[in-house]
Design a protein around this ligand. Structure first.
Ligand code: PMV
Length: 308
C-alpha cells in the first residue's frame, strides 16, 4: 500500500510562502492508495465517496463539484508519458481542509501507487515535485512544504530555496492535534497575507522576521530536547499569526484550554482561518490530559507523538 504523510507545521507557516524557513513534522497519518488495472484512469477517494476521471480543464458536467480534484488528478498524470490504465483507490486518514497537509498526502500516495503499479522508480524529491503540481491546483501558491513533508516524512526545516533539511530530534514530541471544526481555506488565507504584505510591507516583513527567529530558535530547541522552550516559542508564533489575522475565536479558545490543561504551548497549524491547532505536552500522560480538555471543543482531538 502506497503512503503519503500528513504533517503539522511546528513554526513558520505563511512566512514560508514568502521565502522564509518553516519547521514541520510529518504525521503517521496521511493518505494511502493502491492502483488496480482498469480500462481508463480513475481516482476514488474515501471518506469523500468520490470517483473521478482526470480533466485538465476541470469540466465536471452538471451536478458534480469535483473540478479541483479532477484538475489535480490530471496534473499528477502529467508526470506520466501516457494516461495509465489504472484505478487508484485512495483513503485519507487526516481530515481535509484542516491544515494537516491532507491534499499533499493524497497526491504523494497516488503518485506512489501509480509508480508501484507501473514499475516506475522515483525518488522522494521527484515524488514531491510531481505532487506539487496538484498542490498548485488545490492551493494556488503553495510553498511546497506540504508536498515535501508528505514525501520525505520525519521532522525538517523547509524553505523554497533549500527544500527539505532533516532535523534530528533529541527527544520525542508529545503533540496533541485538535480540529476546530471550522474548515479553513489555505488558498484564502495565503491570499490575505499576500494582500497585507502588499499594503504594508514594512509591518508584514517584521512579522516574518519574528517568525524566522522563532524557527531558528525552534530548531535549536528541537535538537536540544528543550520542550519548555519549544512551548514558549509556540505561544510567540501564535501571537504573530494572530497579528496576521489568521486565528479565530475558536482556535484561541482551544489554545487557551490546552494551556490551562498543562500544555507547554499551543498554536494554530497550517493555513489558519479555522483548521487545526497543536499543543505540546511534557509527556504522553500530560498529552492525554490536554486531549481530554480539548475533547469538548474538538471531539476528534488526537495525540501525535513525533519520535526522533
Ligand atoms: O493548510 P495547509 O496544511 O495546506 O498548510 C499551509 C501552510 C502555509 O504555509 C500556510 C501555506 C504553504 O503553502 O506553505
Amino acid at each position: 500500500m502506497a503512503f503519503g504523510h500528513g504533517k503539522v507545521i511546528l513554526f513558520g507557516e505563511h512566512g514560508v510562502v514568502h521565502g522564509r524557513p518553516a519547521l514541520a513534522a510529518a504525521l503517521s497519518r496521511g493518505a494511502r492508495a493502491e492502483a488496480h488495472p482498469a480500462d481508463r484512469p480513475l481516482l476514488e477517494v474515501e471518506p469523500w465517496g468520490v470517483a473521478i476521471e482526470p480533466s485538465a480543464d476541470g469540466d465536471d458536467g452538471p451536478g458534480t463539484d469535483n473540478a479541483g480534484l479532477r484538475r489535480a488528478f490530471a496534473a499528477l498524470l502529467s508526470g506520466y508519458p501516457e494516461p495509465p490504465q489504472l484505478r487508484v483507490a485512495a483513503e485519507l486518514t487526516v481530515p481535509g481542509g484542516a491544515g494537516l497537509g491532507g491534499s499533499a498526502a493524497l497526491s504523494v500516495a497516488v503518485v506512489r501507487a501509480l509508480d508501484a503499479a507501473l514499475g516506475v522508480e522515483r525518488g522522494n524529491v521527484e515524488v514531491a515535485e510531481l505532487a506539487q503540481r496538484a498542490e498548485k491546483v488545490f492551493h494556488g501558491n503553495p510553498s511546497g512544504v506540504d508536498a515535501a513533508m508528505a514525501a520525505h516524512g520525519g521532522v525538517a526545516l523547509f524553505s523554497k530555496a533549500r527544500g527539505v533539511r532533516p532535523v534530528r530530534l533529541a527527544t520525542a514530541l508529545p503533540l496533541v492535534v485538535g480540529y476546530s471544526g471550522e474548515q479553513g481555506s489555505t488558498k484564502k488565507t495565503v491570499a490575505s497575507v499576500a494582500r497585507q504584505l502588499q499594503r504594508d510591507p514594512g509591518r508584514v516583513e517584521k512579522i516574518f522576521d519574528g517568525m524566522e527567529a522563532i524557527v531558528d530558535n525552534g530548531k535549536l530547541a528541537l535538537e536540544a530536547g528543550a520542550l519548555e522552550d519549544l512551548g514558549q516559542l509556540m505561544v510567540l508564533n501564535q501571537k504573530l499569526l494572530v497579528a496576521l489575522m489568521l486565528s479565530t475565536t475558536r482556535l484561541e479558545e482551544m489554545c487557551r484550554a490546552a494551556i490551562d490543561a498543562g500544555a507547554l504551548g499551543a498554536k494554530l497549524t497550517g493555513g489558519g482561518g479555522g483548521g487545526c491547532m497543536i499543543a505540546l505536552a511534557r509527556d504522553l500522560k500530560a498529552a492525554e490530559h490536554v486531549q481530554a480538555a480539548l475533547t469538548a471543543m474538538a471531539p476528534d482531538a488526537f495525540i501525535a507523538e513525533v519520535t526522533p
